[in-house]
Design a protein around this ligand. Structure first.
Ligand SMILES: C[S@@+](CC[C@H](N)C(=O)[O-])C[C@H]1O[C@@H](n2cnc3c(N)ncnc32)[C@H](O)[C@@H]1O
Length: 213
């Protein structure tokens, strides 16, 4: 996964040029800024920062993290709001990332997490957030004729796609497509006022983080 996205960094955003996705992308980009207005936001798996300029527009501060310097370099070459800074970080540990945020944004990362790792990953994410923090997960819906077909499913229920870079190299990539019920259940009892929004090509799960019992 890490190697695939390092190799794909320069051509990554071609996926956002698909004509059939433009209406969803515009609607989501219009919705995002108000979610983070005045907040101190942690972004995980930022990639090339496709969402960051819009999402961070009204934020007080925004830390964009990713494991790959290659993808973060593309993000850093963009015009970003002054509130945005970047840091290399592994999403699974978030080592070196402060625990003072009152919001989090995670785009197209949930789908790449093996199902058995999701509970621990969510606990790690939540450990970096204050009570009452606003959390927004955004990811892909599976849409026939637009999404890359599913090539196989493993014994644990994870699904995979075979993806090809422009130079012909192929990578098998884990890509899951949760239902609203599955995602809300995984977010757990601390996810207060959980809201699932079904865009045609994307889903958004947002909630406020309640204190731990
Ligand atoms: C599908 S991209 C999502 C990028 C961006 N958030 C978006 O929505 O367009 C997934 C990103 O996860 C990053 N990644 C892969 N493994 C990671 C890890 N263990 N920790 C943090 N980022 C990781 C890749 O470098 C890549 O930038």
């Amino acid at each position: 996964m890490q190697a695939y996205y390092a190799e794909r960094a320069r051509e990554y955003e071609a996926v956002y040029a698909k004509p059939e996705r433009q209406a969803d992308l515009a609607a989501i980009k219009a919705w995002l800024p108000a979610q983070f207005a005045g907040r101190h936001v942690l972004e995980v798996a930022t990639g090339t920062g496709y969402w960051t300029p819009a999402a961070a527009a009204q934020a007080a501060s925004w830390l964009a993290t990713d494991i790959n310097p290659e993808t973060l370099a593309v993000a850093q070459a963009k015009t970003m709001p002054a509130s945005v800074s970047v840091q290399l970080a592994d999403a699974y540990t978030l080592d070196g990332v402060p625990d003072t945020f009152d919001a989090a944004f995670i785009g197209c990362w949930w789908s790449h997490i093996p199902l058995r790792r999701l509970p621990d990953w969510l606990a790690t994410l939540h450990s970096k957030l204050q009570h009452g923090a606003r959390v927004v997960h955004l990811d892909n819906q599976f849409v026939q004729a637009s999404s890359t077909p599913i090539s196989r499913q493993d014994d644990e229920g994870n699904t995979y796609q075979t993806r090809q870079l422009s130079d012909g190299r192929q990578f098998e990539v884990l890509k899951n497509f949760p239902t609203a019920e599955q995602a809300i259940a995984l977010a757990g009892p601390r996810a207060r006022n959980a809201q699932w929004t079904d865009f045609h090509h994307y889903w958004v799960l947002s909630y406020e983080l309640a204190p731990q019992d």
